[in-house]
Design a protein around this ligand. Structure first.
Ligand code: PLP
Length: 418
């Protein structure tokens, strides 16, 4: 194959490709694998029941079925869905929104591909501008999204060690203030991979910096507010006309419908729609058709607050307790678990790299994600990135218990070998 330079870049075996490969083979081809790798959400029976009901209602109504599968949606996506989302957010938070502020995407990932490339890279005046991540580590899926090279830059966090087994990253605002040639500031809240949730003050401050620089703040709410609401700390939803909030139906339990939602200014939403039409022609209708009633009625809040948030909160606590028990006496720290579906572990001064630990665990049929993949946009080879791994706690508890036992055994061997 004679590929173009861009073709080579976009077909390379990158971290996210390896991660999704592991995920695909673990979930589809090798079910004995202990899967604590990718970001697949948990199976929640009450949510599955709700999905079934909605699908049956749509399938039983010829017009709704036709609208879901038989027509191309308009470039911005299903109008009812967009109107209900706008009304829901306006009622809940007082944000002044109409359907013109909402666009549908084929998953959050595809929204980020469009948004990051809309803003970052070489500009017409020859400056190279980046999507700046105020707090690395960040979502591995951003890493290879740029059609231009080097579209990310990032600020290293300040690390607060808490007690013997915890830590938390905080935004280093002094560094952030000094960065140059920024096209947009972007952050996931809760953060994948760490489970960190930026405080309300941190978000307000970052938003202020974005406004001062006249660049947008892109907030990735894949796990956040208002849905799926996998947040365990005190956090308020955030949006203003200079913010692009990207939501997704995936972590509710619907990654297969590939529905992302962009909340932005009318000008941004219109520009995005043109990009998306070129790239995708139109968005899928299944996610909007299945869920629009929940936004019209507010049922979405009941589903998330009764079934989604409590499940993950409890699971996080259980798995943290398991880790403390199994890894007792070993030199590890866990990032404070404030949201999302992962635990982020730090093995300070580990004698092998996180990549080597990942490979050793994979040989024993345990999948985790090595940390270095998440330090998107950091130029230097910070040793810390080779000391961390990400564990998902979304799969069933028995499997996770086994996985953590094996992790403890391997880590114990690794430290005893040195
Ligand atoms: N943002 C974050 C932080 C994620 O973890 C993910 C997926 O895992 C996405 C965005 C993209 O999700 P999707 O394309 O399924 O909406």
């Amino acid at each position: 194959m004679q590929l173009s330079a861009l073709g080579k870049k976009l077909t390379a075996r990158t971290g996210i490709v390896e991660l999704m490969d592991d995920l695909g083979s673990a979930l589809n081809e090798n079910p004995d694998m202990i899967f604590m790798g990718g970001g697949n959400p948990a199976r929640l029976p009450s949510l599955e029941e709700a999905f079934k009901k909605q699908l049956q209602a749509v399938a039983g109504d010829a017009e709704r079925l036709h609208s879901m599968v038989g027509i191309y949606q308009s470039p911005l996506g299903d109008l009812d869905f967009r109107s209900y989302i706008a009304a829901y957010l306006t009622k809940k938070y007082g944000w002044e929104l109409s359907a013109k502020n909402i666009a549908v995407a084929n998953g959050g990932q595809s929204a980020f591909f469009a948004l990051y490339n809309m803003f970052a890279g070489p500009t017409e005046d020859g400056t190279h501008r980046t999507i700046h991540l105020p707090l690395a580590p960040e979502y591995i899926g951003y890493r290879d999204l740029g059609m231009a090279d080097d579209i990310f830059s990032a600020t290293r966090p300040v690390i607060d060690k808490i007690g013997d087994t915890r830590f938390k990253y905080r935004v280093d605002f002094n560094h952030l203030k000094a960065v140059e040639n920024v096209a947009a500031l972007a952050v996931s809240r809760p953060t994948n991979p760490t489970g960190n949730v930026l405080t309300n003050e941190e978000v307000a401050k970052i938003s202020g910096m974005a406004l001062e620089r006249d660049v947008p703040l892109i907030l990735d709410g894949a796990y956040g507010l208002p849905f799926p609401n996998i947040i365990f700390s005190e956090a308020e939803a955030f949006w203003n006309d200079n913010t692009i909030l990207v939501l997704s139906l995936s972590k509710l339990g619907l990654p297969g419908v590939r529905t992302g939602i962009i909340v932005g200014s009318e000008q941004l939403v219109e520009a995005y729609a043109n990009f998306n039409t070129i790239a995708s022609l139109a968005c899928g209708g299944t996610g909007p058709a299945m869920t629009k009633d929940w936004f019209r009625t507010g049922e979405i809040d009941t589903l998330t607050s009764r079934h989604v948030a409590p499940f993950y909160r409890e699971r996080s606590l259980t798995v943290q307790a398991l880790i403390k028990e199994e890894l007792k006496g070993l030199p590890f720290r866990m990032h404070l678990s404030e949201g999302a579906i992962f635990l982020w572990m730090w093995f300070e001064d580990m004698p092998i790299s996180a990549q080597q630990l990942y490979e050793r665990l994979k040989k024993r049929s345990v999948l985790v994600v090595p940390g270095q993949n998440f330090f998107v946009g950091l130029e230097d080879d910070w040793h810390h990135q080779h000391e961390c791994i990400r564990l998902s706690y979304a799969q069933d508890q028995k499997t996770i218990r086994q996985g953590i036992k094996i992790l403890a055994e391997e880590v114990s061997v690794v430290y005893s070998e040195c």
